[in-house]
Ligand binder design. Structure first.
Ligand SMILES: [Ca+2]
Ligand SMILES: [Ca+2]
Length: 157
C-alpha cells in the first residue's frame, strides 16, 4: 500500500469516528420515543431511482409530511429533500416494523452530513433545533440485505 492509499484510509477512519462521536455527543437524536407524528402515511411514496438524486418531500408547513418507501437491501440508498422557508426545528422520524436495521442521516443545505442516527431499534428520530431556512436532505440507509418497508416523516416542531 502506498502512502496516498494509506492517507485515504486514515481519513475515512477519522471521518467515521468523528461521526460516531458526534452522534453520541448530541442530544435530540436517537431511537424510540418518537412522540407525535403518528398519523398514517397520506399516500406519498418513494420513487426510485433516488440513490444519488433526492426526491422532494415538499415544503414544511404546520403538518407533518410522511412518505412510504422500501430499503431494498444494504446497497439501497434513499434520498429525500425537504424545504424550510423560515427558521424551524426540523423533526425527522424513520420507522419500520421488521427486524432489520436502518439508519437515518440528515444533511444541511450545503450537502454536509450534520446528524446520523443509528440505534439498535426503531424508530430512529431526530430534531434539529433552530435550522435556518433552506433545503435539507434526509438519507435512509440499510444494514440488511432483505427489503425493509419504512415510513419517513418530517415536520416542523
Ligand atoms: Ca428504496
Ligand atoms: Ca434508493
Amino acid at each position: 500500500m502506498n502512502r496516498a492509499d494509506k492517507g485515504v484510509l486514515d481519513m475515512r477512519h477519522i471521518s467515521t469516528l468523528a461521526l460516531l462521536v458526534l452522534s453520541l455527543a448530541l442530544a435530540g437524536c436517537g431511537g424510540g420515543g418518537g412522540s407525535g407524528s403518528t398519523s398514517p402515511p397520506p399516500g406519498n411514496t418513494e420513487a426510485e431511482p433516488n440513490d444519488f438524486t433526492s426526491q422532494s418531500m415538499g415544503t414544511l408547513t404546520g403538518s407533518d409530511i410522511t412518505f412510504s418507501g422500501s430499503a431494498a437491501s444494504a446497497a439501497d440508498v434513499d434520498l429525500y429533500r425537504v424545504t424550510a422557508t423560515a427558521t424551524t426545528n426540523l423533526f425527522v422520524r424513520l420507522d419500520w416494523s421488521n427486524g432489520n436495521d436502518l439508519e437515518l442521516s440528515i444533511s444541511n443545505a450545503a450537502g454536509i452530513f450534520v446528524r446520523t442516527v443509528d440505534t439498535a431499534g426503531h424508530p430512529e428520530t431526530c430534531t434539529l433545533p433552530a435550522l435556518p431556512a433552506g433545503t435539507y436532505t434526509v438519507r435512509v440507509g440499510s444494514f440488511s440485505n432483505t427489503a425493509t418497508p419504512y415510513t419517513i416523516t418530517v415536520g416542523s416542531r
